[in-house]
Design a protein. Structure first.
Length: 251
């Protein structure tokens, strides 16, 4: 059995005051023990969140990391080893906002994945197609290519210590959610891609769905056989909503 994971991606949201409020809300949540829960604040607030959530079964991760594992001369970046030092356990790599707005390519995503893993961070590899790609019938091909960019370079076993998040770009922050069937089709294809190389990895790897997940649609999505939890953007900024999503992953 794969343990469900629900991760809140706060993106570039928050102030010290609003983060303090969100921490208060998270502290009050009853988090189901069978669900792994994490939040990913902007780096500036990671320490505040870690201190604020001390003793609470909510892990803290980051939204991005540098290409190189160790600290060095790289202005404005944060090394995976520094994230570990700060208390993070996982990090997003290849989020579509970074791919599309900041031009991050598969090659960089792969280096970040490797750098994170070499420091003991669990990389959460984000993949997903644009609306144009879906309409052209290229969804599975695009997602397979993003996954292969990492598998070909690092080997399938790298995913024994990683998580995949399928996030259709057209569903992120738009209120449009992939239907459970649409999502399941892609999740099953991702798992089959692992299965072709390692049955063990295919069985164990957690594949999260992301894209306008909210309390109202979470249970249906998480009920699909190959959906092992969610990567939650907007709805993770509201503690009660996020808590309801976490509970949906436990049912
Ligand atoms: P959303 O974002 O839930 O606001 O659509 C998800 C994500 O980008 O991780």
């Amino acid at each position: 059995m794969r343990r469900p994971l629900v991760a809140g991606n706060w993106k570039m949201h928050g102030t010290r005051a609003s983060v303090a409020e969100l921490i208060e809300g998270l502290r009050r949540l009853e988090v189901p023990a069978e669900v792994e829960v994490a939040v990913m604040p902007p780096c500036l607030y990671i320490n505040q969140v870690l201190v604020g959530l001390e003793g609470k079964a909510i892990a803290v991760g980051a939204q991005n990391c540098a290409l190189e594992p160790m600290q060095g001369a790289l202005t404005g970046e944060i090394a995976p080893s520094q994230l570990v030092d700060a208390g993070c356990g996982m990090v997003l790599v290849g989020h579509s906002e970074r791919r599309t707005i900041l031009g991050e390519r598969d090659e960089q995503v792969c280096r970040k994945f490797a750098a994170a893993q070499s420091c003991g961070l669990v990389p959460v590899l984000c993949v997903g197609e644009t609306l144009e790609e879906r309409q052209a019938g290229r969804t599975l091909e695009v997602v397979a290519g993003q996954l292969d960019a990492v598998i070909d370079e690092l080997g399938v076993d790298a995913f024994a210590r990683a998580v995949v998040a399928y996030e259709p770009v057209w569903a992120i922050g738009t209120g449009l959610t992939a239907s459970p069937q649409q999502a399941q089709e892609v999740h099953a294809a991702i798992r089959a891609q692992f299965q072709a190389q390692s049955a063990e990895v295919a069985q164990a790897v957690r594949i999260l769905y992301g894209g306008s997940v909210k309390a109202a649609n979470a249970a249906e999505l998480f009920g699909m056989p190959d959906i092992d939890g969610g990567l939650i953007g907007g709805a993770s900024l509201n503690a009660d909503e996020f808590g309801a999503i976490c509970r949906a992953a436990g049912n």
